[in-house]
Design a protein around this ligand. Structure first.
Ligand code: GDD
Ligand code: MN
Length: 382
């Protein structure tokens, strides 16, 4: 029997109705190729995983990785790709928007031209965005231009989620992947330390038959996070950059409230300052909870404790801010840079402390289980 040649990794969230049609399409398109299909499902409420398992009962080439308490297209693709022994790995969507009939063409090109990667692309002659709305085309174009900042390679469709790669290329970049957001292809090429040998095959993007797209505002934010991670990730954590951006918005709002209460309402400085600080701390808490720490978002009771600990952390942060700024001013630094130093020191403190107390990572059930288990010093005698 010939060995496994190709793995098709399919990230899926709420794609129950597309599972069977996709498997049939793949079986027809990949005739003569030894392949397996790995769905990576993030515990879809519609029961996608159970349905894939059912298919796997009759077809051993089909399996599912069901991730619990996890979300994310890129990280799903990475886990799927790492789970296979196949020498060539395809990634495609579950919703039949990607034209599976070009998979053999992509695979042949990859092998014959000895490439790292072959991308199915919508932006070259013969390819098409299908019936994408003009707004969506513009968004895709804008994303593409931003992506060029980090990709160091001239892909005509870096936003594509449909490609085949050589596992040796995956092994080269796997430890540098960011794994955030939607754009796994960009992540792969931006993680390469050398020029990527890539090819392209045009195709027409189809319409979705069942289910809905998961593209939303968070996806756009995650795209920014991916860009940040690739641009400055070696120096500062992208989470800190986002925390800082939220903080900067907070500073602007703080000053506006202060101005309003002092100049318009003629309140005392102390009163105005305290009101502004509380409004901004509360706002920043909710923004950070929604954006910066969306993967660890607090809800219900956790939200109240979180807010309280955030107030506490930021109050100490404000004292540090003031102390450092005053110290600098006394040392002869002029007020503007002094204020800036204070702000940076306060923000670093807020970030560090709120990361430990407010958005501390919950231990997973597995971690809890293992931390209670006795550690074997010596292997048991047999
Ligand atoms: N496991 C997992 N987890 N899968 C997900 C998640 C997630 O959080 N979010 C989306 N998916 C799956 C969907 O079920 C689908 O199979 C695939 O990822 C793409 O998601 P869609 O929601 O259909 O994305 P789209 O059609 O808007 O985006 C398409 O165009 C982009 C380029 O504009 C896809 O082809 C993308 O891959 C592509 O980057
Ligand atoms: Mn889609």
């Amino acid at each position: 029997m010939p060995g496994l040649e190709l793995a098709v990794v399919v990230p899926a969230f709420n794609e129950r109705l597309n599972v069977q049609p996709l498997l049939e399409c793949l079986a027809a398109a990949l005739r003569g190729i030894e392949y397996e299909v790995i769905f990576v499902d993030d515990d879809s409420p519609d029961g996608t995983a159970a349905l894939v398992r059912l298919a796997g009962l009759h077809d051993r080439r089909v399996r599912v990785i069901q991730r619990i308490h996890r979300r994310g297209l890129a990280s799903a693709c990475i886990e799927g790709m790492l789970s296979t022994a196949a020498p060539y790995i395809a990634v495609m969507d579950a919703d039949l928007q990607h034209d599976e009939t070009i998979l053999p063409v992509m695979l042949r090109k990859l092998r014959e031209e000895n490439l790292d990667l072959v991308v199915a692309t919508r932006n070259t002659a013969g390819g098409s965005m299908g019936e994408f709305s003009s707004a969506r085309v513009r968004l895709s174009d804008f994303g593409k231009r931003l992506g060029a900042l980090i990709s160091h390679c001239d892909l005509s469709d870096p936003m594509s989620g449909f490609f085949v790669l050589d596992r040796r290329f995956l092994d080269e970049v796997s430890h540098s992947l960011s794994g955030v957001g939607f754009k796994i292809l960009l992540d792969l090429v931006a993680s390469s330390k050398r020029p990527v040998r890539f090819g392209e095959v045009p195709y027409r993007f189809r319409n979705r038959l069942h289910g809905a797209s998961k593209l939303d505002i968070l996806v756009a934010l995650e795209y920014l996070q991916l860009l940040l991670d690739k641009l400055v990730g070696d120096v500062v954590s992208p989470r800190f950059v986002i925390f800082g951006l939220v903080g900067a918005v907070g500073v602007a709002i703080h000053l506006s409230i202060l101005f309003l209460l002092r100049q318009v309402e003629h309140r005392t400085f102390a009163f105005s300052q305290v009101v502004a600080a509380f409004v901004v701390m509360t706002l920043n808490f909710f923004l950070n909870n929604a954006i910066t720490y969306r993967d660890q978002r607090l809800k219900g009771r956790g939200l109240i404790f979180g807010l309280a600990s955030f107030y506490l952390a930021c109050s100490v942060g404000a004292v540090i801010n003031l102390r450092i700024a005053l110290f600098a001013v006394e040392g002869g630094v002029s007020w503007l840079p002094a204020g800036f130093f204070g702000l940076v020191a306060g923000s670093v403190w807020n970030y560090a402390i709120s990361g430990i107390f407010t958005w501390r990572r919950k231990k997973s059930a597995a971690a809890r289980l293992y931390s209670g288990a006795p550690v074997l010093e010596k292997p048991p005698a047999v």
